[in-house]
Design a protein around this ligand. Structure first.
Ligand code: ZN
Length: 353
């Protein structure tokens, strides 16, 4: 069956191509059409997916929730949830015999794209903000990708990357935009059905571009199943999705006050409206949490549960007490947090309060 891209905003259908990320009619990022499921094979495979789900009993007790679970996404081959998306995207590029690509990332996506490119024999250029954690940058370079360090934050890295692609006629393999990347992240939803019975009432995502949140939404839709309530959790220092959702103007980003949750420091997520749609359709919420709470949750996960994760992942956990207070979550509800990135390659917050 021929694979199509669909625009969920204006309903345009376009033949799938690695050259295309946006809708030709309305310019919104596209999805692989749900009419052609399972049409993209993961030929390039590093053993991604099938991550364990474990119960967080001690932290749950502290929050006053009795049914809290985590899916250990950081156990993917490159240490983050990005690998399912990269597997599908790089497989599509490999099938089309693409030999070079460029991508911009705060670290995890860059490392993931670099690893799968190495496996496929593709020459990868990864554009990272100068502030990206040095271990992540080292990881990208170690896969033999060419690292381009860009001053001025995440947004500037994306602009430089896009310009580089135009100037050098190289494929822009953006994990933020590519429909193939989102297609890969849908596997998260398929796995959940195997992992948990009953499925969770609530799933809280640390959200920058929202690729895992959107993949989960699309995955449940593919299966024709009721989707859990989906929540976007952002840092108070960079909360464009929360701003749009709540109608209140919150911080987007300031280079002087960068969040420690670098993976979700995205000022202008290209799929912002699609994230809002997924959250509203599933009756979820978008909330912002403080830097202090993010640090505290990161250390609590290590001290109470033995899990070493990056600050970005801890942001989702910090959303739970807030949602309990506001009555969106009840103490006996089943809650799932994807722990998206490893603590081995990011800041370990010095906050043990
Ligand atoms: Zn469109």
């Amino acid at each position: 069956m021929k694979t199509y891209f669909e625009c969920i905003d204006c309903k345009t259908e376009i033949p799938a191509s690695v050259m295309v990320n946006r809708c030709s009619s309305c310019n919104n990022p596209l999805f692989v059409s749900t009419k052609t499921p399972d049409s993209v094979d993961n030929i390039i495979n590093l053993g991604q997916g099938n991550t364990p789900v474990i119960r967080l009993k001690r932290i749950g007790l502290e929050f006053g929730v009795s049914d809290l679970w985590a899916k250990l996404e950081y156990l993917n081959p490159t240490g983050s949830f990005k690998d399912r998306g990269s597997a599908t995207l790089i497989s599509a590029l490999h099938t089309m015999k693409i030999k070079s690509l460029a991508e911009d990332s705060s670290g995890n996506a860059g490392a993931s794209i670099a690893a799968y490119s190495a496996k496929a024999g593709i020459n990868a250029h990864i554009f990272v903000p100068a502030s990206a954690p040095s271990v992540k940058v080292l990881q990208i370079a170690f896969y033999n990708a060419e690292v381009h360090r860009i001053e001025g934050g995440r947004e500037q890295a994306a602009i430089s990357c896009s310009r580089f692609c135009t100037n050098h006629d190289i494929i822009y393999a953006s994990h933020n935009l590519s429909p193939f990347f989102i297609e890969g992240t849908k596997q998260f939803a398929y796995e959940l059905i195997q992992d948990m019975d009953p499925i969770p009432d609530h799933i809280l995502f640390p959200t920058g571009n929202g690729s895992l949140l959107l993949g989960t939404w699309r995955g449940f839709s593919d299966m024709g199943l009721h989707c859990p309530k989906l929540y976007a959790v952002q840092s108070e220092l960079c909360a464009p999705i929360v701003s749009q959702f709540s109608g209140k103007e919150l911080a987007r980003h300031s280079p002087k006050t960068q969040t420690i949750a670098g993976g979700i420091a995205v000022e202008n997520p290209p799929r912002l409206n699609q994230c809002i749609k997924a959250i509203k359709t599933t009756k979820g919420q978008a909330i912002a949490v403080s830097e202090n709470n993010i640090s505290t949750m990161q250390s609590k996960l290590a001290r109470l549960e033995g899990l070493l994760i990056e600050p970005t992942s801890a942001a989702a956990l910090a959303g739970i007490p807030k949602l309990l207070d506001q009555g969106y979550i009840s103490p006996s509800d089943r809650i799932l947090i994807p722990l998206t990135g490893s603590g081995f390659k990011d800041t370990l917050a010095d906050n043990t309060s």
